[in-house]
Design a protein around this ligand. Structure first.
Ligand SMILES: [Zn+2]
Length: 222
């Protein structure tokens, strides 16, 4: 759509080969065998202590085929894989919804510049749609172009980068006090974004804020 040449080059290379194992895939980006290797995060996962957040759950670890999938979605704009991820994650999100009983489910919006000019869709919203969990857009993201969080060199720099990026949709402010909100995000790394977003809700009187992330980056303590 936005980069037709790049896209056709990509499909030329990968059309009939799995982007993860390289074996014939029947025209899919990821073959069924690899897709089945996406495993749920273990129950005994070490829980990060994320300020202002009352708890979180993740669907799968960001490694192996799961990492290939999120890369295809985020950096190659392979939109239909969001549906596959959403369908795989759906039972886990639904079970978390039953356990925390949120009044609202919402998601962390992607950087609008990426949404409009690079990817053409919001990967987290697309995955969330595929789970069929009803949600509302409570969070607004400022369109200021900024350095990606992944390039931040320290926790302090990450915190500076997320400051002022997110705001709550003012139309919902009267309805958030005393409520429980479940925020969905694509990738949980250090919890900086999750904490910032949880703080926003807590600052307007929301009682409990939980997070569900489709992917959890492993090997990083903070
Ligand atoms: Zn494969």
């Amino acid at each position: 759509m936005f980069f037709p040449n790049f896209k056709s080059l990509f499909s030329f290379i990968f059309d009939h080969r799995c982007a993860h194992c390289g074996k014939p895939s029947g025209g899919e980006y990821i073959c069924l065998t690899c897709l089945k290797k996406v495993e749920p995060s273990p129950e005994e996962d070490i829980q990060l202590n994320i300020p202002y957040l009352d708890g979180y759950k993740t669907f799968t670890h960001y490694e192996g085929v799961a990492k290939t999938i999120l890369h295809l979605v985020k950096f190659r704009a392979v939109k239909h894989l969001t549906r596959e991820v959403g369908k795989l994650a759906a039972p886990f999100l639904w079970s978390y919804v039953r356990s925390v009983e949120p009044d609202y489910v919402t998601f962390v919006p992607t950087n609008p510049w990426r949404l409009w000019f690079v990817r053409g869709f919001d990967q987290t919203e697309e995955m969330l749609k595929a789970t069929e969990v009803p949600y509302r857009k409570l969070i607004i993201r400022s369109p200021l172009p900024r350095k990606p969080l992944s390039r931040a060199k320290s926790v302090e720099e990450r915190q500076r980068l997320v400051k002022g990026v997110f705001n709550l949709d003012r139309r919902y402010l009267p309805f958030l006090e005393g409520k429980t909100v479940l925020v969905v995000d694509d990738l949980l790394t250090s919890g900086t974004t999750a904490s910032k977003v949880a703080y926003l809700f807590k600052s307007v009187g929301t009682k409990r804020v939980f997070l569900f992330a489709f992917f959890r980056a492993v090997g990083k303590k903070r």
